[in-house]
Design a binder for this molecule. Structure first.
Ligand SMILES: NC(=O)c1ccc[n+]([C@@H]2O[C@H](COP(=O)([O-])OP(=O)(O)OC[C@H]3O[C@@H](n4cnc5c(N)ncnc54)[C@H](OP(=O)(O)O)[C@@H]3O)[C@@H](O)[C@H]2O)c1
Length: 308
């Protein structure tokens, strides 16, 4: 029997800006809505669409955001895992959870998720998390798999952002969290295509942060270091092979990323002890800006007198 394209869990009603509690209690519009049996305070936050929510970092975001009072739309290919997670989160938090099965490497499936982002007025947050990595260098890599990686890590993330950002801007609020990687700033670490895709995610987020600064749309790029998920199996390097003191538990990583969101950060690097180090790198980059486009080459490149 074919599965329906959309499955909904939980009784919290999702319509623009109005959330109804699953139980009898009354609620107020701002701040706390009601206290759940588990003692969690839920807030009026709208709904978050999370890609790659069937495991790892995406599943951890789903749990945390539900506890923060978001209804959820969970997107990935593995329907069984999505359904199990949705049912559990809905039971535990009372939030409304919707499942959209999609292969974001497929144009048709991607178009369905873009449409959901444009049409679902309850969505106030997009977590662009789905992604795959590779550890092998170019000489041992399959170029077709590299292209698949670019389709997911870059093209899907870009198209979903293009779907969400205009509708969030039209409503004057919304947040887009893009999961990059420390490979964006340390490209020597892993496969070069992977590092390139994550550098795209970082620079895309930085550029959009500037473009949407006065439109009420927040951007955050999260740069995790090695995190304990199935990512490493898919990338061809089991996480057990990495030094334990370099691998962060997935829950800690996502809690730190959400703390960074609360702090208003554009770029969050959960492992980095001193944010001043990132700020120094950014300051050095900005110092270059006035010198990056000029009418003539720098003196060191004027090798022949005729060029001068
Ligand atoms: N783990 C790390 O060390 C680490 C470090 C830095 C950055 N990251 C980034 O974190 C993100 C999440 O990775 P993770 O560590 O949580 O790994 P993961 O556990 O393997 O999760 C990857 C998620 O992406 C989904 N996905 C993969 N291909 C997809 C496709 N074609 N269409 C739709 N969904 C797809 C998977 O679900 P289905 O298989 O069900 O589709 C899964 O939910 C990635 O962008 C990764 O680059 C991870």
């Amino acid at each position: 029997m074919t599965q329906p394209l959309v499955m909904r869990y939980g009784s919290a009603k999702r319509d623009a800006g109005i959330l109804r509690p699953p139980a009898k209690d009354s609620y107020v519009v701002e701040a706390t809505i009601w206290d759940t049996p588990a003692g969690m305070s839920l807030h009026r936050n709208g709904a978050a669409l999370i890609t790659g929510a069937s495991s790892g970092i995406g599943a951890a975001y789903a749990e945390r955001l539900a506890r923060r009072g978001y209804d959820l739309t969970l997107v990935a290919r593995n329907r069984r895992r999505l359904d199990a997670l949705a049912a559990r989160i809905s039971d535990e938090t009372g939030r409304g959870v919707e499942v959209l099965q999609a292969d974001l490497g497929s144009k048709e499936d991607l178009a369905r998720i873009e449409t959901a982002l444009k049409q679902d007025a309850s969505l106030t947050m997009l977590v662009n998390n789905a992604g795959v990595g590779a550890a092998a260098p170019l000489l041992q890599s399959n170029v077709d798999l590299m292209e698949e990686m670019i389709k997911l890590n870059v093209v899907a993330l870009m198209r979903l952002t293009y779907a969400a950002a205009p509708v969030f801007a039209a409503r004057g609020h919304g947040a887009i969290i893009n999961i990059s990687s420390v490979a964006a700033i340390a490209p020597e670490m892993l496969n070069g295509v992977y590092g390139g895709t994550k550098a795209f995610v970082l620079t895309f987020s930085q550029s959009l942060h500037r473009e949407f600064a006065d439109k009420g749309v927040r951007f955050q790029a999260v740069l995790p270091g090695a995190t304990s998920t199935a990512f490493w199996d898919t990338a061809g390097m089991p996480v057990s092979k990495l030094p334990a003191d370099r691998v962060m538990p997935v829950g800690e990583m996502v809690d730190a990323a959400l703390a960074g969101l609360d702090l208003g950060e554009l770029v969050t690097i959960p492992s980095l002890p001193h944010m001043a180090d990132w700020d120094a790198l950014e300051a050095a980059r900005r110092k270059l800006t006035p010198h990056l486009s000029r009418a003539h080459p720098a003196a060191r490149y004027r090798t022949r007198p005729a060029d001068a």
